[in-house]
Design a protein. Sequence first.
Length: 175
Amino acid sequence: MVSLPEELQAREAAARRRVEELQAEAAELALRLERAREDLSRLEITRETVAQVLAELSAAEAEGNVAAGDTPEAKESSMPHGVGAMVVPPWREGLVVAVLPDVYRDIVEVIADAPGPVQAKQIVPRIGLPTTTGKIETTRSKLKRLVERGWLDEDSPGRFTLARRGPGRDRSNSR
């Protein structure tokens, strides 16, 4: 017959082995999760890049930048290359919000739905981000970029609205 202390030691050893096995499984799952997140990130970046290139090509065709007599070499050299590519194209007549990367499109849609001027700290939770200082500042820089490119107006410091467009309307943006 086994004594009680020996039985407890045996059970403790078995429990310790099970904990170690589970920790090893958790570490493996964490590694697999990190790899999956990296794959997802690469795919998101690729999709955004493709959308941007297509938008730029579409905008170039709409503006008639590519003349009918251009050679293929001239067309290639006039297209932007990856280095220094513009993620947020300048707004121009006929350009729709769909050409913007997802986060910029979300920001513009939140502002479009707002009854008045909106601050960065009000936008952050509406686009699904935590309201940390870093996320607010990142969003504020995106808002400023949208103002610079003509998608938004900054009527007073830190308060953003859709850009006013159309005949007879003021199109002045933030300083």
